[in-house]
Ligand binder design. Structure first.
Ligand SMILES: Cc1cc2nc3c(=O)[nH]c(=O)nc-3n(C[C@H](O)[C@H](O)[C@H](O)COP(=O)(O)O)c2cc1C
Length: 354
């Protein structure tokens, strides 16, 4: 591993991306158990932290055995970000990240997330304030190529470095491109040539081969996986295997065991009612590449307990082992899943996917 990542105390340079409503404790733990070198919480509001907002605190809570872990902040006010960083320092995460990439309209119109990319000098001020309050905990910044369609990623990266950040993550799409087009890795390479702090590459990694190709093509110091890890936490170990010249394919029994383990972790946090929906969503992702996916979705819609979900999953694995389902065009299905940002597969979305 690149020595420049030593500050983060990670075993490897394969990171799980922050994903809203997805990278909760259960998801992060499963990713770590399957080889991720570092995981991120979803973005949390800096203002929510200093106001002790209950939901914000739940979203950023992590346990000691999750380390190395990063917490991601959303904000645009230097004083609030500084104060939130000071609060976070008490919990000693391995890295504190600032979100400069969220394209969502509500965030953008509040001049946060990707909006910050318009104002490199302002990003510089925010980074400095976070660094000054971080007591040595590395500060990282996650940016896109540009706030609209104009690319200013190199200018932003240089300012981020000058103001003391320890790490930059490049999501190689502009805000306008949202998640819809292939990421343009060429820019990751260019940023790497222009700064000396570590650069983590992100965008369009859906297989172990993609990750290795990105590292080879761009010379980046590590990779950040987002949609490629949905229902496929195995991807981290697949990359580690590929780097050793080996190929690892999880068996159906491993996939089933991991999916059930994932549900149990979510079940432990029963207090969160939304975890039932979250369990269903994750189960769909685990089996999105196999026959019988539509039957599975149909059954999951109608149930209302973790017990029923577990029963459906066990039956589904059994059916798959018996080759019970008819053959689907799996290539086509996985393409549709990859191209869509699935917050939750609603009935209408299912129709579109079909
Ligand atoms: C459902 C979803 C939620 C996301 N939430 C966040 C977030 O909270 N913070 C963030 O920086 N990026 C977030 N992202 C962006 C990802 O971290 C990543 O940059 C993006 O998906 C590109 O990587 P990919 O092409 O491998 O999916 C989110 C992406 C998705 C699909």
């Amino acid at each position: 591993m690149n020595l420049s990542l030593e500050k983060l105390k990670v075993d490897n340079n394969l990171f799980l991306a922050p994903m809203a409503e997805i990278t909760d404790y259960a998801f992060r733990r499963i990713a770590k158990e399957n080889g991720a070198g570092l995981t991120y919480t979803q973005m949390v509001s800096a203002e929510g932290i200093i106001k002790n907002n209950f939901n914000t605190l739940i979203m950023l809570s992590f346990s000691r055995d999750e380390k190395p872990i990063g917490v991601q902040l959303l904000g645009n006010d230097p004083d609030i970000l500084g104060a939130a960083t000071r609060e976070l320092v008490k919990f000693r995460p391995n890295v504190i990240d600032l979100n400069c990439g969220c394209p969502v309209e509500k965030v953008f119109s509040n001049k946060m997330g990707a909006y910050l990319l318009f104002e490199p000098d302002n990003i510089g001020r925010l980074v400095k304030k976070m660094v000054d309050n971080s007591e040595g905990i590395p500060i990282s910044i996650k940016i896109r190529l540009g706030a609209k369609d104009k690319v200013n990623v190199i200018e932003n990266a240089k300012i981020i470095e000058e103001n003391g950040a320890s790490l930059i993550t490049i999501h190689a799409r502009t805000r306008k491109e949202k998640y819809d087009v292939d990421a343009n890795w060429e820019w990751i390479k260019k940023v790497k040539e222009n700064v000396s702090i570590p650069v983590i590459g992100n965008g369009s990694i859906f297989s172990a081969e993609d990750a290795v190709n990105m590292m080879n093509d761009t010379n980046c110091d590590g990779v950040l996986l987002a949609r490629g890890a949905l229902g496929n936490p195995f991807i981290f170990n697949q990359i580690l295997s590929l780097q050793k010249g080996e190929k690892y394919t999880p068996t159906l029994s491993e996939i089933g065991k991991t999916a059930l383990h994932h549900i149990k972790l979510l079940e432990r946090e029963q207090g969160l009612i939304k975890n039932l929906d979250r369990a269903k969503k994750n189960i769909i992702w685990y089996f999105k590449y196999s026959n019988g996916i539509w039957e599975l979705i149909e059954k999951l819609y109608s149930v209302n307990s973790f017990e029923e979900i577990k029963k459906i999953v066990s039956e589904h694995i059994n059916n798959l082992e018996q080759n019970y389902y008819s053959e689907e065009n799996l290539k086509e299905i996985s393409k549709k899943f990859n191209n869509k940002v699935l917050f939750w597969l609603a009935k209408e979305e299912e129709k579109i996917l079909r």
